[in-house]
Design a protein around this ligand. Structure first.
Ligand code: HEC
Ligand code: HEC
Length: 263
């Protein structure tokens, strides 16, 4: 509440003090603040400075890991530039996402953190808003699967970091493909640094998507490969089998169509 609201409260408190506010009234003001409800999502958005987002995410990585870093990169800046209601949102909630959720190595924590931030600034309960945020999130995931990452180099890195292509939004696949590409161990300081750069890169791309949405210029730049679309035409919604669902690269786990035994 850095904006007018806090100032208004200060002014009110000063005026009230001057008028020798009764303790009863003072208690009521406090009670109102304590039970203050957060407004419905999406929350107000101001164009983000991408460099600031990335640097804050990288710094955040070394405080609360990947998910916290990516979230804080975006929400920390909105807390500064927009203020309320982002001041109500503690980034600490995102610490759970570390290492693909509590080190389980399921979904990449940077993706969880950035998607959560996208949803606060662009989502909502209502179908149309939900769909709009899902569009941004899907673009973020497909970008993550297909691009050589991390593609952001922090200003003061601890090491130089090489890129790899994850082919998957999963922490496990992403980390292990990077280890395979670079020869570093999965619990090395270099791998940690790589995930710091990655949190920065993911937050930065998410912020880019939010900015382009604000301009009414968002268009998905990454699409599933034609191979995956073919798989889905039989196995996904409306297909002859309809026995799976998903927008991940099937090859991330089923390796290649050539290796799947088809009748
Ligand atoms: C033309 C329709 C069609 C397409 C396209 C297709 N499949 Fe299948 N798939 C089938 C059928 C039919 C089966 C056999 C189902 C059964 O026997 O129950 C099958 C079986 C499978 C199985 C289970 C059998 C196994 O060998 O493990 C997997 C996994 C699978 N498909 C994955 C894929 C992937 C990944 C792709 C894309 C690369 C793909 N499919 C494309 C029709 C298709
Ligand atoms: C994160 C890993 C992962 C990804 C990505 C993935 N799958 Fe699977 N898939 C699995 C696992 C695990 C099984 C279960 C294998 C088993 O129990 O034999 C499975 C099983 C299947 C089966 C077999 C069902 C059967 O009858 O045996 C089909 C069909 C299938 N997947 C299709 C797809 C398609 C299409 C895609 C891409 C859109 C995809 N999968 C992406 C992990 C994955």
């Amino acid at each position: 509440m850095k904006s007018g609201r806090r100032n208004a409260l200060k002014l009110f408190a000063a005026a009230a003090g001057a008028a020798t506010l009764t303790p009863f009234l003072a208690r009521n003001v406090l009670a109102t603040r304590e039970t203050e409800k957060s407004p419905a999502v999406p929350w107000p958005y101001k164009k983000l400075d991408l460099e600031r987002v990335a640097e804050r995410a990288y710094g955040g990585y070394y405080q609360g890991a990947c998910c916290y870093g990516a979230f804080e990169g975006i929400v920390g800046q909105l807390r500064e530039d927009v203020g309320y209601p982002y001041t109500l949102m503690p980034s600490e909630i995102m610490v759970f996402g570390e290492g693909g959720v509590a080190g389980i190595s399921s979904l990449c924590g940077a993706l969880i953190g950035a998607s959560s931030a996208i949803f606060l600034a662009a989502g909502g309960l209502e179908g149309k808003k939900r769909g709009e945020a899902f569009g941004l999130i899907r673009e973020l995931f497909t970008w993550y699967e297909q691009e050589a990452l991390p593609n952001y180099r922090p200003k003061n890195p601890k090491f130089e970091i090489k890129t790899s292509v994850a082919n998957s939004p999963l922490c496990h696949a992403s980390v292990t493909r990077w280890c395979k590409a670079t020869g570093f161990k999965s619990f090395s300081r270099e791998r940690a640094e790589r995930c710091g750069w990655l949190a920065a890169a993911v937050a930065k791309h998410a912020a880019e998507l939010l900015n382009s949405r604000l301009d009414g210029a968002f268009k998905p730049a990454h699409v599933l490969s034609s191979e995956v679309q073919t798989c889905r035409s039989c196995h996904d919604k409306g297909g002859t089998l309809e026995n799976s669902r998903g927008l991940m690269d099937c090859g991330g786990c089923h390796f290649s169509s050539a290796k799947v035994k088809h009748p």
